[in-house]
Design a protein around this ligand. Structure first.
Ligand SMILES: NC(=O)C1=CN([C@@H]2O[C@H](COP(=O)(O)OP(=O)(O)OC[C@H]3O[C@@H](n4cnc5c(N)ncnc54)[C@H](OP(=O)(O)O)[C@@H]3O)[C@@H](O)[C@H]2O)[C@H](O)CC1
Ligand code: K
Length: 517
């Protein structure tokens, strides 16, 4: 599913209307009806008292269709038109006339004061925000500003049409005043701002509804941003052939661990086994082998000479190294040596390498080598690690995370996994895939180590690397979602729980989508 900017959405609308010939009035009707179908379950017809706030443009036009549809169904609805009536034009005007001809009325904000409106809204159970949508330009003007300030203080449910009014669709501009919705029903394509912070916090729960825009119109924009959903995972997870053997599912090497971080290699290796890797070897500092090996019965081990309890060199000749199909390096390595073995890997190993955690810390010194590397490289930083890697403040990375991660991935020819809420995977070609699973229970030590093992496992089993990476991230988040919907709280989930619950997560996805198997 494409994730679009406001401008891209307008291009899609234009193509649908002008080239394909679907009438704007019909699209608006579809939009309003799809919105209503998706909220009916939230409203009790006997007790719901609904207000619809209608703006000057087509978002307001959707509001007229929504109001008519709810009134036709017998709901109690008060409708408020915010701009002067004469300013309502085009498709919105058409639906305003239809609304009136059906015998319904609205109150014009022009004729009353803000206090009158607020008094009325205080008695409502639901306010539908159809004031402003993707056509917002610049800082919010009056009278929307004063109305939005008041609406945000109400205690009722606020449901926004397409996006919360006052919020820029693209998310990265400065937010002054915007509706703080309890729920947003987005029309056809999710907007970029819904996956950017702090913009996302204004959306509340997000639902995306189909309003009948043809796929061909969406293809025209040549967008490079997509959502990666459960359905994408279900259709692309590897299926084992009856004739397969352990060599068919990859031989992975994990270079991890140090004297003070013995848990990281255990988590990474266990997660890698759990997601189906054929063989997993752990390269560890020689001093911690007993501690780690006692927790891992499925892995084999390679001992590396250590200094200060951290790996100092790999002690792997080319032949030995090239027996592996992929390598993951970084979890719990420590930062007290010079990390020259990372340079060796980048030079000598031409198959996929996943670099995480302290591996990324060392990588900063070898970025020129990274840019020249022929083999595939996958970097999995969180915001802080990425900000350090590119020498920028965290706040700047957060605000422009789509742009900065794209710039980096294209410049260095890597797959960049920028972790956090709505983790973004950027391919070396610049396409971006936004993850839709997960919850704040993942913000805990060890959860990144688990993800690294999962990425390593799937990339050895799937031809398409982007699917392999996005699937690992989705399953990792889905494990956290599964846990908190089954008696865990976001406080209690531990990284090892993600690994332990994975069989149930895989089963649930495979059962639900058995048509793809
Ligand atoms: N996705 C679809 O296919 C469909 C979407 N629909 C809905 O249409 C809106 C987008 O409609 P549009 O008319 O382009 O935009 P808005 O509804 O946001 O209104 C734009 C007008 O708002 C005024 N404006 C702009 N910026 C500000 C501001 N900062 N402060 C106050 N007012 C502002 C301005 O009007 P003026 O008269 O004041 O100049 C703009 O012209 C989309 O979001 C969907 O909800 C269609 O229904 C169907 C298809
Ligand atoms: K809106």
């Amino acid at each position: 599913m494409n994730v679009v900017t406001g401008e891209e959405m307008h291009q899609i609308d234009r193509y649908t209307i002008e080239e394909i010939g679907l009438k704007a009035e019909l699209l608006m009707e579809n939009a309003g009806l799809a919105f209503v179908s998706s909220i009916l379950h939230l409203m009790n017809k006997k007790t719901a008292k609904i207000a619809v706030l209608i703006g000057v443009g087509n978002n307001g036009g959707d509001g007229f269709v929504i109001s008519r549809s709810l009134l036709e169904k017998g709901y109690q609805v008060d409708v408020w038109l915010i701009p002067p009536v004469k300013k309502v034009k085009g498709t919105a005007r058409y639906h305003m006339e239809v609304f009136k001809k059906c015998g319904y009325e609205f109150t014009s904000y022009e004729a009353i004061t803000c206090e009158d409106l607020v008094r009325n809204l205080k008695g409502k159970t639901h306010v539908i925000d159809a004031m402003l949508g993707t056509g917002l330009v610049g800082p919010l003007r009056q009278p929307y500003k004063e109305i939005i300030e008041q609406v945000n203080q109400l205690e009722c449910q606020i449901i926004s049409v397409d996006l919360p009014s006052g919020l820029p669709a693209n998310g990265n501009s400065c937010i002054t005043d915007a509706i703080k919705a309890s729920r947003t029903i987005t029309l056809q394509c999710p907007k970029l701002g819904a996956y950017t912070f702090p913009s996302r916090e204004y959306y509340g729960d997000l639902t995306i509804v189909d309003i009948g825009i043809p796929k061909l119109a969406i293809k025209q924009i040549d967008s490079e941003r997509f959502l990666w959903t459960e359905e994408n995972v279900a259709c692309s997870l590897p299926v084992r052939k009856p004739s397969s053997h352990k060599g068919s599912h990859g031989k992975g090497l994990i270079i991890a661990g140090s004297r003070t971080m013995t848990g990281a290699p255990i988590l990474t290796a266990k997660a890698c086994h759990r997601l189906g890797a054929g063989l997993v070897t752990l390269a560890l500092p020689d001093t911690i082998i007993n501690t780690v090996a006692s927790q891992l019965i499925e892995s084999t081990f390679h001992l590396c000479p250590s200094v200060n309890g951290e790996i100092n060199s790999l002690n792997l000749d080319d032949e030995l190294m090239n027996r592996f199909d992929a390598i993951a390096v970084g979890p719990g390595l420590g930062r007290n040596n010079n990390g020259e073995f990372i340079e060796t890997l980048l030079h000598d190993f031409d198959k996929p390498i996943v670099i995480d955690a302290d591996g990324l810390f060392y990588l900063k010194d070898f970025l020129t080598i990274l840019a020249k590397r022929k083999g595939t490289t996958i970097l999995t930083p969180h915001l802080g690690e990425f900000a350090y890697l590119i020498n920028e403040p965290i706040a700047k990375v957060e605000k422009n995370r789509f742009q900065v991660s794209r710039d980096f991935a294209v410049k260095y020819g890597v797959y960049l996994v920028l972790k956090g809420p709505y983790t973004v995977v950027t391919t070396p070609g610049g396409q971006q895939f936004i993850n839709t699973s997960g919850n704040p229970s993942l913000a805990k030590g060890g959860s990144g180590d688990v993800l690294t093992g999962m990425v390593l496992a799937l990339l050895m089993q799937q031809k398409d690397l982007q699917s392999a990476i996005s699937n690992s991230i989705f399953l990792h988040g889905m494990a956290a979602d599964y846990l908190i919907s089954h008696e865990y709280s976001p406080l209690s989930v531990m990284a090892s729980d993600l690994i332990n619950i994975m069989p149930k997560v895989l089963n649930s996805i495979q059962n639900r989508y058995h048509k793809y198997r």
